[in-house]
Write a protein that binds this ligand. Structure first.
Ligand SMILES: C[S@@+](CC[C@H](N)C(=O)[O-])C[C@H]1O[C@@H](n2cnc3c(N)ncnc32)[C@H](O)[C@@H]1O
Length: 258
């Protein structure tokens, strides 16, 4: 139901529900709804607090339209930092892995930025895996716990291993916006007591999977970055913290020494 000017009633309902960009959201809802009944249902979901991306079924990420399914983590602008850093060091034919891939947005954007790079992805959550198979070559998306999901033939061959693993400390989840807290699966958010539980597994396993000179790139918070860097150093990787204020992104890049 595309339309230039969204119905006023729709905009008013969204505004009343606290949607700051009510007109833009109304346009997206109208564009995504197949008919009036669908629009009514989608408006009700949005007013009840479901993230817009889960309602319309997609998110804009790094210039791509990424399919998003209910419960699956909505890709954030700050994660474009991982894409940019990863893309800077890989070329056609190199192997890249998007671990804890969610929708697979980071892997998809990397594939778009570096044509010919071989992108593989994995996630523990079956809903995320199904979703990522819509955004990436489906036969390269695997289900399972961290590296256990990956085919063994990738061991020692990975040039760039990106991971936006959950890094919110368990106690801090209650302070997150309800859109995240109530509508993204807990496994996508919960990083354990100190927020580093899943990162520990990612970093500890990385040296085995990286090619000589390969890099692991882990999104983190500014506060946690020194801890993430220490995990990398303890795993024998050479860590470097990168930040981008424009997208509010922080990542730690660890290089496997040749
Ligand atoms: C913060 S979300 C990020 C998703 C995606 N990388 C992105 O940036 O949009 C973290 C993801 O890690 C997945 N995850 C959590 N624990 C995992 C594990 N042990 N093994 C694999 N995936 C895991 C969750 O299901 C979730 O999709």
């Amino acid at each position: 139901m595309p339309s230039e000017e969204p119905p006023e009633g729709l905009v008013a309902a969204l505004r009343a529900a606290g949607c700051v960009f009510a007109e833009d959201e109304a346009r997206q809802l109208v564009g995504a709804a197949e008919d009036e009944a669908a629009l009514t249902r989608m408006l009700a979901e949005r007013v009840a607090g479901t993230p817009l991306e889960q309602v319309v079924g997609y998110a804009e990420f790094a210039g791509l339209r990424i399919a998003v399914a209910p419960g699956v983590f909505v890709p954030r602008l700050r994660s474009t930092l991982l894409v940019r850093e990863a893309a800077a060091g890989v070329g056609a034919g190199d192997v890249a892995v998007d671990l804890c891939c969610g929708t697979g947005a980071i892997g998809a954007a990397l594939l778009e930025a570096v044509p010919g790079v071989e992108v593989y992805a994995a996630d523990l959550d079956p809903a995320a895996v199904d979703c990522a198979r819509r955004n990436l070559p489906a036969d390269r998306v695997f289900a399972g716990d961290l590296y256990a999901a990956l085919p063994d033939r990738l061991r020692g061959r990975v040039a760039a291993l990106v991971a936006n693993a959950p890094y919110v400390p368990t106690d801090a989840i209650a302070t997150m916006p309800p859109e995240a807290r109530d509508h993204e699966h807990r496994v996508a958010l919960d990083g354990g007591d100190d927020g580093l539980d899943v990162q520990r597994g990612v970093v500890a396993g990385a040296p085995d999977w990286l090619a000589p000179g390969g890099r692991v790139l882990v999104e983190t918070s500014r506060r946690q970055a020194p801890h993430t860097a220490r995990l990398m150093a303890a795993a024998g990787l050479l860590p470097r913290v990168v930040t981008d204020d424009d997208v509010d992104g922080t990542a730690v890049v660890g290089v496997r020494q040749v």
